[in-house]
Write a protein that binds this ligand. Structure first.
Ligand code: WTA
Length: 664
């Protein structure tokens, strides 16, 4: 058995306890009676999947109709809505204004400083996107060019994305918490010619600068390529001083505010690239996930409408994800805006200036649909129900969860304390690669079980299979796979078709391998068990063990490093590193651990900073030299160390355990 599958087995054991879970919550009657999706939709999709997606595509405005729903003649390279032409920004903004919805609020934007608010209607958004598109054109951006966006949670971020989409330029949003190195490597990989950023944003009650990291990234990029970044467009948000390069830097308010709000958009092929989002894979180099226009917009807008039972005339929707992650792309920008949703966008941290900030925002705007992550729910649970109880949350009617398996206790707390047992919880499983929600209850149809994402949505075909690719049947565990293509699926990895095939399509024939373990219960509900590869999930953020190992090894005092994700009450998993120092480094000095933690922060970003670093004399390896992370995970999780018989040197674990004070 491979190292990975025995790790899955371990998780299986833990989870089989959870699966004794027999609480089930039926859809609330009133919601079910008025739900957007009923059982009939499931039946329709089961009968003819492609006809179902073709119907979903009618949600959009096509400048040219498509003549084929799916071209799967060259798997795994899919083409959806072949021959169709559309513009994503037109679908998200202009058409709503043309339909008379210009006065509807698109964003209730809430800055972190209290009373720093903006209300942006669809008409405002249209003007701003057109101005930005004109300004980007003046800066030389053309169809097909790449634009990196490194921003805080301010309206200009969505505007910049939509302006790129309007021009057919491909955006790559880099999470503002990532380091300058991470930004530089992404700019280099997708060869971006413009970076959009801001002086900074507000976090934890203070301005947090972004522009200095961009300056560093630009310098790093220039060392390798002098033909890439031509302009840096900077939004003034905090007003803090920034270094300025007149040849490169341009203020947003100088060029966007004065640009014309009129812009005639071009309509692009359904398969025209929309964006690249980098995510951690099992090797050190992040993968550039490529999404295209037509299928992505159909997949995100239909699922946003169906899974959240969206009633755009009356709902106020709030997704707390940062726009730097795929959730912010699919369920804050493209899906909701294509559906003419009114939403809340919040700039800052949940506990600023007080622990109940999120609940105050829900009360203030009358939020009806709330979408967040288990890690946030767990941290609120810890603070106690007194804090949300101080606010009137009675506007809420539906709750969503995403990013990692939600533990039943967190689900129950969310349901009872935030949802007052009135609101269904939709636990939505999907990935950067899938682009859209794939497995989730539909709130008017599917009962919810705490901890289970339940079943594939209509039009999606998923299965749980064993090592041989055979479906395991009810009550069994294995790997989650997707058996048929779906509209918002990734089309390839940027510039690397081979790695695309190898990563997702080589394990099982013509089947997408998601990298997650899963189990079917006796009713056939799907329980996600976490990653089966070297990808960790820390607070719902994906990090690769190899990426952090490479960062550690790039430190002059480190000879070798192994990283594992250990269970953590707050963050789901936490980064634990084992390092061997170089002989020349001696014992590394008394601050070695802090020094290495900060080094990882600098190389990747604060989210990758290890919770723990242990300096060890040796690492456990198989005879073929593969590090047995399973054993290190035992140490990190304070468990008895498992089977060591396949180690080249079985005494190594004793050495490590001794070094840990015999903890294992
Ligand atoms: C995990 C985030 C269980 C899973 C949208 C997946 C989940 C990875 C869930 C993708 C869920 C996400 N239940 N696990 N509801 N949602 N995951 O690309 O391991 O950042 O493969 O996309 O997160 O993370 P990504």
């Amino acid at each position: 058995m491979s190292d990975e599958s025995s790790e899955t087995n371990q998780t299986n054991q833990t989870l089989s306890n959870l699966m004794q879970e027999d609480r089930t919550f039926d859809p609330p009657t009133e919601l079910a009676e008025n739900a957007n999706v009923t059982q009939a939709t499931f039946d329709e999709a089961a009968e003819d999947r492609l006809a179902f997606w073709a119907k979903a595509a009618e949600r959009l405005d096509w400048a040219e109709p498509f003549d084929e729903v799916l071209d799967w003649s060259n798997p795994p390279f899919a083409k959806w809505f072949v021959g169709g032409k559309l513009n994503a920004a037109y679908n998200c903004v202009d058409r709503h204004v043309e339909a008379g919805l210009g006065d509807r609020v698109a964003f209730h934007w809430e800055g972190e400083p209290v009373d720093d608010k903006r209300t942006i209607t669809y008409a405002d958004l249209k003007d701003e996107v057109c101005r930005a598109a004109n300004a980007l054109t003046d800066l030389g951006v053309q169809k097909g060019d790449r634009v990196a966006i490194y921003m805080p949670m301010i309206p200009e971020t969505a505007v910049a994305m939509l302006a790129c989409a309007r021009l057919g330029a491909i955006h790559t949003v880099v999470f503002g918490g990532f380091s300058s190195d991470a930004l530089a490597s992404r700019v280099l990989d997708c060869e971006a010619s413009v970076i959009v950023t801001s002086d900074g944003g507000y976090r934890r009650g203070a301005p947090s600068a972004l522009k200095p990291a961009v300056d560093e990234a630009v310098a790093k990029v220039a060392e390798e390529r002098d033909d890439l970044v031509k302009k840096v467009l900077v939004v003034k948000r905090t007003g803090e001083d920034v270094a300025w390069n007149d040849d490169l830097d341009v203020w947003w308010h100088d060029v966007v505010d004065s640009a014309s709000p009129a812009h005639e958009c071009e309509f692009f092929d359904s398969e025209h690239p929309l964006y690249v989002m980098y995510t951690s894979g099992t090797t050190g180099k992040p993968k550039g996930i490529l999404h295209t226009t037509g299928g992505y917009l159909v997949g995100t807008s239909w699922t946003h409408w169906a899974v959240f039972d969206l009633k755009p005339e009356t709902d106020v929707y709030w997704c707390t994800a940062d726009v730097g992650w795929v959730t912010g792309h699919s369920y804050m920008v493209y899906g909701p805006l294509a559906n003419a949703t009114t939403q809340v966008m919040y700039e800052g941290t949940p506990d600023s200036p007080e622990k109940g900030r999120w609940w105050q925002i829900i009360e203030e705007y009358g939020v009806t649909i709330f979408y967040t992550a288990p890690t946030a729910i767990r941290s609120f649970m810890k603070q106690g129900r007194e804090i949300p109880d101080q606010r009137d949350l009675s506007s809420l009617r539906l709750l969503g969860s995403v990013g990692e398996p939600i533990n039943p206790e967190a689900y129950m707390w969310y349901r009872e304390v935030i949802g007052a047992e009135r609101c269904p919880v939709v636990d939505t499983w999907w990935q950067t690669e899938t682009g859209q929600i794939m497995i989730s209850p539909l709130p008017g149809v599917t009962a919810g079980k705490p901890g289970s994402a339940m079943a594939p949505i209509p039009g999606v075909v998923a299965a749980v299979v064993n090592d041989e690719g055979k479906e395991v049947g009810n009550g069994q565990g294995g790997y989650l796979v997707l058996k048929e293509p779906w509209p918002a699926m990734l089309r390839t990895l940027w510039g690397d078709d081979e790695r695309f095939k190898e990563t997702y399509w080589s394990r099982f024939e013509d089947t997408y391998f998601a990298g997650d373990g899963a189990k079917l219960d006796d009713d056939g509900a799907i329980w996600l068990l976490g990653r089966v590869d070297d990808v960790m999930n820390v607070s719902g953020h994906r990090l690769s063990t190899t990426e952090i190992e490479s960062a550690l090894v790039s430190h002059p005092k480190v000879a070798e490093a192994a990283v594992v994700g250990a269970k953590d009450e707050d963050t789901g998993q936490a980064v634990c590193a084992f390092v061997i120092l170089r002989e020349s480094a001696g014992d590394g000095g008394k601050d070695i651990v802090e020094e290495l933690r900060n080094h990882v922060r600098k190389e990747i970003g604060a989210i990758a900073k290890p919770r723990q670093i242990m300096v060890v004399p040796e690492l456990p390896k198989t005879r073929s030299g593969k590090i047995m992370r399973r054993l290190l995970k035992d140490v990190a999780e304070n468990r008895e160390v498992g089977d060591v018989t396949t180690l080249a040197d079985s005494t190594v674990m004793d050495l490590i355990s001794d070094g840990m004070g015999g903890k294992s």
